[in-house]
Design a protein around this ligand. Structure first.
Ligand code: DON
Length: 596
């Protein structure tokens, strides 16, 4: 029997700023406390989890510019009070003009610059279509779209006070923002003649790269508490609020996108925008120790890999293994190796590629694969191509979640791909373009920004969606009661982060915040090594794992001294309380992470 929570008491906790809170009314977790607050306001005004997540999503596009977005895409995984499991794919699509070798240079080598920093790096954005579909199909009907979008419009029009992470982000990408007129206007503090002269000098070759960097560093820096006003973005949001998806995919916004593309050799056309549609897909569903795990299927690899790894791990007495012990990390690494090898070969956009999901997620297959590994020694990853080191950029994707008191659970992971996407603003429309096209396999066996390799299944084709690692996941107990909604940012590290957090919740009985705090490790078949967070492993454990033939990558430290394998957010319903979880990884401000 499913539980219906009728206790509508608004507890003090609901209004308390803290990094972890629990209450009996509902929970919202996101990377921006302003956006989480908007979600909770909607719940308080009689909205359901779907109203709340859409309001939070539009607000994130304003208050969390590095990853919240209108110009990107994402996935929703949800479970309704009627027991329906849903997944919506609003991933970006390759424009009609794209082709398999579009990111290869004249030597037929993968050009990272083209794949990440050009206008060609953008897929056709899906976020607006997706959020509107969720609102129309699953919203409570108690709100108009204008009401849902009003807070986002307010923050864009009147500004919001930025936090330390934003200040740091805007300044650290300054050089790239300065290559784009729209981004310069919004993200470079106090753009003035002095800056323009520095840029000119650099372009003319009068400044060395080193001196250019020094000059840039001397430009006025952003500070937490500075006001960020985004008038063009407010106008775009208003057009969406008024005309729905036509406010983005047609009319003035579409024209601004096309102008931006035409002026910069981009591929997205009017038809690409007009034809974009998000798609409901069957979520991938598995079980883990009697709980139902509902996650995102292709074009994400997240759900299939997560369930495959859980199926393998279920064969072991994890509870009795010490967390991050030699035995635990060895098992985890071997399981990750097996799953990521499958990812490279088997998974791609289901509209183009037959994904063997039943096989990958079956308990029998997990057992077969386990037969390939030993508990006594690391298996070397098959050497098809040397994987490149993972990008050390921090958090560029974002997950947000809502559980309401009627039993609706909704989680969205959304991204521009890297931080601030391609760093290109659609001039006049105020939003950043994604660089999601790099998630395709641009050249068979060559690593993308996340060190991931792929082959035909994930080759570029017009209208195809690039393979993702985003893993919005909902767990339901064996009576159909929601337990947790969870997801992460962190590219290829998302799936292993979600996996380890689920193990902490299910096997080790931790609440979501405690589970998020547990230091993690990551491996992904290729490159054949193990990455670990500060405090995850003792020197002795590392030596023991090395004795088992594991190879370590001892880097990845972010400037604030913590490692950022994946940033996880979620809501946990435990003992009839909604507990929100926020990940401090990659943040710079003690007061961030207010979730409700
Ligand atoms: O869809 C994906 O898997 C990637 N584009 C996600 C990027 C991401 O998480 C960036 N954060 N580090």
């Amino acid at each position: 029997m499913r539980i219906h929570y009728t206790i509508l008491t608004i507890t003090i906790l609901l209004f308390t700023s803290c990094n972890q809170s629990s209450n009996t009314q509902g929970g919202v977790s996101s990377t921006s406390s302003l956006a989480s607050q908007i979600g909770i306001d909607i719940l308080k005004q009689g909205g359901n989890a779907f109203d709340a997540i859409v309001a939070t999503g539009f607000t994130l596009a304003v208050t969390s510019p590095s990853n919240g977005n209108l110009g990107g895409g994402g996935f929703l995984v949800a479970y309704t009070e009627d027991g329906e499991a849903i997944s919506l794919d609003f991933r970006e699509k390759a424009p009609a003009l794209s082709y398999e070798t579009m990111f290869l240079d004249e030597n037929q080598e993968y050009s990272r610059d083209l794949a990440l920093n050009s206008h060609k790096s953008s897929g056709v954005p899906g976020t607006v279509n997706g959020l509107l579909k969720i609102f129309n199909d699953y919203g409570s009907g108690n709100f108009t779209l204008k009401e849902i979008m009003a807070p986002a419009i307010h923050y864009a029009e009147n500004g919001h006070y930025i936090n330390a992470t934003d200040a740091k982000g805007f300044d650290s990408y300054k050089a790239l923002f300065l290559t784009d007129a729209g981004s310069t206007k919004i993200f470079v503090k106090d753009i003035n003649d002095a800056i323009i002269n520095i840029q000119k000098a650099f372009k003319n070759g009068d400044l060395s790269e080193e001196d250019y960097a020094k000059e840039l560093a001397s430009i006025d820096e952003w500070k937490p508490g500075d006001l960020l006003v985004q008038k063009d973005l407010a106008d775009t949001l208003k057009r969406i609020a008024q005309y729905g998806k036509a406010g983005f995919y047609e009319g003035e916004t579409a024209e601004l996108i096309i102008e931006e593309m035409n002026a910069n050799d981009g591929f997205i056309t009017k038809e690409d925008l007009f034809n974009y549609d998000s798609v409901y897909r069957n979520p991938v569903v598995g079980t883990y120790r009697g709980n139902k795990v509902i996650s995102m299927g292709p074009p994400s690899s997240g759900g299939a890999l997560l369930i495959q790894m859980l199926n393998m791990i279920e064969n072991f007495e994890i509870k009795s293994m010490e967390r991050n012990s030699t035995e635990f990390v060895h098992l985890l690494t071997e399981v990750q190796r097996l799953a990521y090898a499958d990812r490279a070969i088997h998974l791609g956009d289901p509209d183009f590629w037959p994904n063997p999901i039943p096989m990958l997620t079956s308990k029998e297959y997990a057992k077969e694969r386990l037969a390939l590994i030993s508990m006594n020694s690391a298996t070397r990853s098959t050497k098809i191509a040397a994987g490149k080191t993972l990008s050390k950029e921090s958090i560029e994707t974002t997950h947000y979640s809502v559980i309401d008191n009627q039993g609706n659970v909704a989680g969205i992971t959304t991204t521009l791909n890297l931080s601030y996407g391609s760093k290109k603003i659609v001039d006049g429309a105020g939003f950043l373009l994604n660089n999601e096209m790099d998630d395709f396999s641009s050249k068979p066996g060559t690593a993308n920004a996340f060190g991931l390799i792929g082959y035909e299944a994930n080759a570029i084709q017009p209208f195809k969606r690039p393979l993702s690692s985003m893993s919005p996941t909902v767990i339901i107990d064996n009576e159909g009661n929601p337990i947790v909604t969870i997801g992460a940012a962190g590219g290829s590290r998302i799936i292993t982060g979600v996996l380890q957090t689920i193990i902490s919740i299910v096997d080790h009985g931790l609440n979501i915040q405690e589970a998020i705090n547990v230091p993690r490790t990551h491996s992904q078949w290729l490159p054949d090594n193990v990455r670990y967070e500060k405090d995850a492993l003792t020197q002795q454990t590392i030596s023991e794992l090395e004795a088992l033939n594991h190879i370590f990558e001892h880097n990845g430290t972010a400037e604030n001294g913590t490692y950022t394998l994946a940033q996880i957010h979620g809501v946990h319903l435990k003992n009839n309380k909604f507990i929100t979880g926020f990940d401090k990884r990659g943040t710079y401000d003690e007061n961030e992470g207010i979730t409700y």
